[in-house]
Design a protein around this ligand. Sequence first.
Ligand code: UD1
Length: 416
Amino acid sequence: MDRYVITGKQRLEGRVRTSGAKNASLPLMAASLLAEGRTILVGVPRLTDIINMAEVLMNLGCRIEFKNNELMLDTSSLVEWTVSEELMRKMRASNLILGPMIAKNGRVKISRPGGCAIGTRPMDQHIKGLKELGVTIQERHGYIEARAEKLRGGEVYLDVPSVGATENIMMAAVLAEGTTVIRNAAREPEIVDLQNLLNKMGAKVRGAGTHVIRIDGVRKLYSTEHTVIPDRIEAGTHMIAAVMTGGDILVENVIPEHISPIVAKLRQGGAEVVPNGDSVRVKHSGRFKALDLKTLAYPGFPTDLQPQFLALLTTAEGTSIVTETIFENRFQHVAELIRMGAKITIEGRTAIISGVPTLEGAFVEATDLRAGAALFLSALAAEEGTVLEKVDHIDRGYENLEEKYRALGAKLQRVV
Ligand code: UD1
């Protein structure tokens, strides 16, 4: 795996454009399985996660073209219905094909995703929801096999508002006979984007963005074109970078409502945050103020920005408390931050951070995508040089990271 060599303490300044959202693109790609004909997705980021999902779909028989962030998916001739363990290991989110494949194809088999660096990642809510729609599910030898002669609408209550389960059930229900109601649905913006694509295809979905989603099944869905929403996690990462480097960054291509939890927290710590249309300017000088933070489902503070924000709090003035309520093991960046001079203790799902004046460069390792982003930001802010290992994790979620940060004034080099 590659590494970054980063020279810290460079003030970042300028403008940076946020790419399309990875976590919106993945379910939209899966949803293309439902259409008769082609789906065109505009603004899809070129990331390893996207390439891996494309590989999963191509294995099922889809024809895919990817040029200039425009993805064409032709799913008219599916030939396969199984996702191998090898592919599943590369691409956890390929579990999102369950719903659309069962709706379109009547059967699907995926290797059950294992745990990962941040938690056990169960699928019980996906399975429970699909069963409500008349799907028979067998779990054997590490595979989940789903079959349905005919899908019928049902009432689904999710015990936890899972993003993936909500998406899978929506995608199965659009072609079911009758009406499906999902209660305690996840409310993330990526779910609203999925609803918008499905409705453009001819589906009848309403309520995405609230806790109750209603889907009236239709017989067929058709070709369409759709532009992916901007990546709120990428935007949040750039906003934190501005504060950590005492910089001044205009982050372009944002939907202000989607980033409101991060705007609120950055302002609370003393940063200047000025939204203007579809961009936001973040400026900071001096020391950030310590604060408490708890991750929650949207519109709460996103777990996918917790590592980056925690990195910012390591040099805040005072003591901060960060509580992770979504994933049980999402503090892997902490041990690495301690190597950089941070003072942090972990008690269960809570991290207590005593702010130090500055971080110091060190040899550190990215353990997963967002932990990697947190260490990347820390290296930019630290005294002297940092070697950040295993940056391939970061490639899963940040498009053209080096180019974007070099343009802002960062000094970094990728070593292959
Ligand atoms: C999605 C995002 C991921 C983000 C997460 C939470 C994608 C591709 N990934 O992941 O980046 O961190 O939302 O915002 O969009 N759970 C169950 N049973 C289930 C499913 C989930 O108990 O069947 C639990 C999980 O363990 C976790 C919580 O629900 O504690 C949230 O997980 P979920 O919303 O499903 O996350 P993903 O969709 O996998």
